[in-house]
Ligand binder design. Structure first.
Ligand SMILES: Nc1ncnc2c1ncn2[C@@H]1O[C@H](COP(=O)(O)OP(=O)(O)O)[C@@H](O)[C@H]1O
Ligand SMILES: [Mg+2]
Length: 237
């Protein structure tokens, strides 16, 4: 059984896009039993008058998982802030042993478990506990999603170096073309990053118009991932 913890340099860099594309690829193309987890989802989406955990729903759809949403995402909080802050605002007590129990069960019941973090590695979950600690506790290999555009060299190297320093295995870095801009930064970033990274650079996920809109073509997502990202690395952990 394998685990991939998808983290990123920031919020909005495409963790959900990449996590769901990976889930769709291994489920649809490799016929694997894929499980997903978004342990903390903050900032719920409004759909037909009710608030729902959009990332957890996407991941579930992409993977074909039949697990309940409240297992996939045990803590869904309304406020679009870090879990520690959202939990405080919403008077919720975060029980990490519950999250851990769910993780262990999901790990047991799937061939591959894809976990999406929230924001980056130093986002606090509860007092003095960060996503970094969760990755470390679960001994989960990390995949780092980063923007293709300007600012990415600094953010990517900071994230990768810190994860390495903590002894966390890094599967690689994916640069995501979130906004579809092709300026000089987007043209030069992959090469310069590759030069400074001492972990695999897995490729650039292209901009796909209206990517996470209402109905998603998961076959297309799987195909886009396969054509642009070195996916073999994800399984040869
Ligand atoms: N490759 C891409 N092409 C087009 N839109 C993208 C791409 N990657 C991300 N987006 C859009 O950017 C936004 C943030 O992506 P998301 O995966 O939700 O980021 P995160 O999970 O890191 O917060 C979403 O609206 C998504 O549709
Ligand atoms: Mg997300």
């Amino acid at each position: 059984m394998k685990v991939i913890f998808v983290t990123g340099t920031d919020t909005g860099v495409g963790k959900t896009v990449i996590s769901s594309a990976i889930s769709a690829f291994f489920s649809l193309r490799k016929q694997m039993n894929v499980g997903v987890m978004k342990p903390f989802e903050c900032g719920l989406s409004s759909t037909e008058g009710s608030l729902v955990p959009g990332d957890a729903i996407r991941l579930r759809e992409a993977s074909g998982s039949r697990d309940d949403l409240n297992i996939i995402s045990p803590y869904t909080l309304e406020s679009p802030v870090a879990p520690e802050v959202a939990a405080m605002l919403e008077h919720t007590d975060i029980d990490l042993s519950l999250v851990d129990k769910i993780f262990q069960n999901l790990k047991k019941s799937h061939d591959l478990l894809i976990i999406e973090g929230a924001g980056g590695i130093f986002v606090p979950i509860r007092k003095n506990v960060f996503f970094l600690d969760l990755i470390q506790k679960w001994n989960a290999p990390a995949l780092v999603v980063s923007r293709l555009s300007v600012g990415t060299i600094n953010h990517t190297l900071l994230t990768v170096h810190f994860l390495k320093k903590q002894g966390i295995k890094i599967l690689g870095v994916v640069l995501n073309n979130t906004d579809g801009l092709d300026g000089v930064a987007a043209e030069t970033n992959p090469e310069i990053l590759n030069q400074y990274l001492d972990v695999p650079f897995l490729g650039i996920f292209p901009h796909v118009k209206d990517l996470l809109e209402a109905s998603i073509d998961w076959e297309l997502m799987a195909e886009t991932l396969m054509r642009n990202i070195n996916i073999e690395v994800l399984l040869n952990q």
